[in-house]
Design a protein around this ligand. Structure first.
Ligand code: DGJ
Length: 725
């Protein structure tokens, strides 16, 4: 049984594929975390550590006189006061101003089918445990979902006001658990727009380590993910834990190394400028968080996240389906395209295997730069030289499908929409709203605004043959205020806006079930599991320089499967970085995700053009590895390393692929050996690039020394094919 309650010890055991999570109800009626890690039997004990005989600590005593120190108690949620001095994960304030909540256990339920989280994206399946607690008229439900697909569990919390006076939720993290007193290190992803998901590492010493976004969106500065490991944990060995929030608004994850040495980890909606009023009868549902485990290092941890998201989160009809190979006009033309230019680009690549043309920003309203037009989702026929249908027909005539860019959540001041509804934007009554990229957020807490956007966007998609939509979001939130909310609910705005975004996603995705949606937010500013619930892939960065992208793609794979990373071949020298990167190397890097090309195709040389069919064929031949394979990260292109290396292996271990990039050519650099991972040790694999067959264990232990041509940013790819397949 995946979830089991041991009545005698009052311990809940949650067994997912490859991990066990356990917590018990102690004699104070509080839930104590016991264990998270490799599968174990149902014979654990708990409760001793926080029992105390000391008199100089704050004491809570049960009916039998047993004394507890709450600060030492590893609970499944932590409330302030009453003896707990560490970072709380749940803060409620009551009508009389008190913020103390002494929740006690009241019961549990095991649900075979996971209930949906109202208004929020979440894992779609898994046996679910709901555990109930009560205090001062509030019912608290902790939910735990186990997975048959991965070593992970999902957690969320619901707060219901069953009393007769209002309750205010001041902080409501989705999960909390405690790691024992060991020398933990943290791995996390930081950056900026254009430099997203850079791998960072630090040790978790005494104090509170916090990752967060206060931007109202997920943020490129930090991704809502934290991995922790022990000193010996590396990419491919050691214990690793990971948390990842299924949420796209302001968030926080904290790790509080307490005076007892243990580390309290909790995460969820950011407490910054947040509160939520619960009138009697109302409830609040937190987003879901994923907790994953591996004893095969950080790469092993990533494989758990990847399997879980592919099996239980990403839309089923797309997740394992071959993706379009795209030609997108943005980097080639930006806003300033002509019909002739677009047709020229399409014609140039027709017949190469590139199968979808995506028309990016600039096709609607009055839109020749970022200053105007957002919100006016009607085709600019003057700029396009006729109806959009003509361009779509032209694209179809060349044997390709058609995709279109939208940024539905936004409006420019210089737009018909803003002129008609200036009060539809997020702003305070007094100040002028702060512009970013010359645009403002529409107030998605308002039903009429959501309906208007859904109707106009759906009308464009429905009235044209559109197979793909790129959904962009090019700014963070700068105003914590809605003209539609009363003063005492203003701190609800940031979260209400996110709920509005999800409602909008749902209405538009549901209305267009055959359209593949790609998420984007100035690149990867909104790359999180919640987005993947609606959109199977994300444009993860506007940084398209292959060596710089190597860092971004490497980091992003900590939690997100390669199939969710949209990666394009762009021009060289790169627009910003000015690096000269070989055409083949750019393709090799772009083949580690949902691939495409994004450049002015009319400027492709004949030699480059002649190589595209081979590149697309190579991508298609191994696309299954991107869509379903196991990822083994071998070498991070950070911290002075001169290499990027990853290995992909099919689930049945009949094939694999090792991709390596050498960043800089160094005169007389010693040769570098790489050791592939994940192959079947007994199976013999042929590697065509080396024209050699060896057993999997020989490849993995003897290794490969890549030979690079002269020059920077060269790649080598080695394919492993099971003999006689
Ligand atoms: C930001 C995206 O990241 C780009 O790819 C492009 O779509 C622009 N927005 C268009 O404005």
């Amino acid at each position: 049984m995946a979830i089991h309650f041991d009545e005698a010890s009052r311990v809940f055991y949650l067994h997912s594929k490859g991990c066990t999570y356990a917590f018990g109800i102690n004699s104070l009626g509080m839930p104590e975390h016991i264990y998270f890690g490799s599968p174990v039997g149902e014979d654990l004990s708990f409760g001793k550590y926080s029992q105390t005989g000391r008199s100089h600590v704050a004491i809570r005593t049960d009916e039998t006189g047993k004394a507890y120190d709450l600060s030492a108690m590893p609970q499944e949620f932590h409330t302030p006061y009453g003896g707990d001095f560490h970072t709380p994960s749940l803060v409620l304030s009551y009508a009389n101003g008190s913020r103390r909540s002494d929740f006690t256990y009241t019961g549990f339920e095991i649900l075979e089918h996971k209930p949906a989280l109202k208004g929020l994206p979440a894992l779609r399946e898994g046996q679910t445990l709901a555990v109930f607690f009560a205090a001062k008229g509030v019912k608290l439900t902790l939910s735990y979902t186990v997975s048959e697909k991965a070593a992970a569990i999902a957690r969320s919390m619901k707060i219901e006001n069953l009393g007769s006076t209002p309750v205010r939720v001041e902080k409501a993290h989705s999960f909390a658990f405690t790691l024992p007193n060991l020398a933990w290190k943290a791995v996390y992803l930081t950056g900026a727009s254009g430099a997203e998901t850079h791998w960072q590492q630090t040790s978790l010493d005494r104090g509170v380590f916090t990752l967060d976004s206060k931007r109202g969106t997920t943020s490129a500065a930090m991704n809502p993910a934290l991995a922790v490991g022990l000193p010996e944990t590396g990419e491919n060995q050691g214990q690793a834990y990971g948390v990842n929030l299924i949420y796209s608004g302001s968030w926080s994850i904290s790790a509080d190394r307490t005076s007892y040495g243990s580390v309290r980890v909790s995460g969820g909606i950011s407490e910054f400028d947040f509160s939520w009023l619960l009138e009697p009868g109302e409830s609040f549902q937190t987003p879901e968080a994923v907790l994953a485990y591996s004893n095969e290092g950080f790469s092993g941890l990533s494989r758990q996240f990847h399997d879980l998201y592919r099996e239980s989160l990403i839309p089923r009809q797309f997740v394992k389906k071959p993706r379009p190979v795209i030609i997108n006009n943005w980097e080639g033309t930006r806003f300033l395209f002509t019909l002739e230019k677009l047709k020229g680009m399409i014609s140039r690549v027709a017949g190469t295997g590139i199968d979808t043309f995506v028309l990016d920003d600039g096709w609607f309203g009055k839109r020749d730069d970022a200053s105007s037009g957002l919100g006016d989702w009607f085709v600019n026929e003057k700029k396009l030289g006729g109806p959009l249908k003509d361009l779509i027909d032209f694209t179809h005539g060349k044997g390709m499908r058609f995709g279109l860019w939208f940024e539905p959540e936004m409006v420019n001041k210089d737009s018909d929409l803003y002129r008609a509804h200036p009060d539809w934007v997020i702003r305070t009554p007094e100040e002028e709203p702060v512009e970013a990229r010359e645009q403002l957020f529409l107030d998605l807490t308002r039903e009429e605004v959501r309906s208007f956007i859904a109707d106009t966007v759906n009308a464009v998609i429905r009235s044209h043959e559109i197979d793909y939509v790129k959904w962009d979001c090019n700014r963070d939130m700068t105003e914590g205020y809605s003209l539609a909310l009363p003063p005492h609910r203003q701190k609800e705005l940031m979260h209400r806006q996110v709920l509005g975004v999800y409602d909008l996603f749902q209405r538009i995705v549901e209305a267009n079930p055959n359209v593949l949606f790609e998420g984007c937010a100035s690149g990867g500013s909104r790359y999180d599991p919640a987005i993947l619930y609606y959109f199977p892939q994300v444009w993860i960065s506007d940084q398209t320089d292959a060596p710089a992208r190597a860092k971004i793609q490497y980091g992003a794979s900590l939690c997100y499967p390669l199939s969710s990373q949209s990666c394009h071949v762009t021009e060289s020298p790169n627009r910003r970085a000015k690096h000269l990167t070989p055409f083949g190397a750019r393709a090799d890097m772009a083949h580690l995700g949902a691939t495409g090309y994004e450049l002015d195709a009319t400027k492709l040389t004949d030699e480059e053009l002649s190589r595209i069919p081979g590149q697309v064929a190579a991508y298609r031949a191994d696309e299954d590895l991107v869509l379903e394979g196991d990822l083994y990260r071998l070498e991070a292109p950070v911290g002075g390393s001169n290499y990027f290396a990853v290995c992909l292996v099919s689930k049945d271990k009949t094939k694999g692929k090792l991709t390596v990039m050498r960043l800089q050519e160094n005169f007389n650099e010693p040769e570098r050996k790489l050791f592939p991972r994940g192959l079947d040790p007994q199976v013999r694999y042929y590697v065509p690039e080396l024209d050699r067959t060896m057993a999997g264990n020989s490849w993995m232990h003897f290794g490969i020394c890549p030979k690079f041509p002269d020059g920077d940013y060269e790649t080598q790819v080695y394919h492993f094919r099971k003999e006689n397949t």
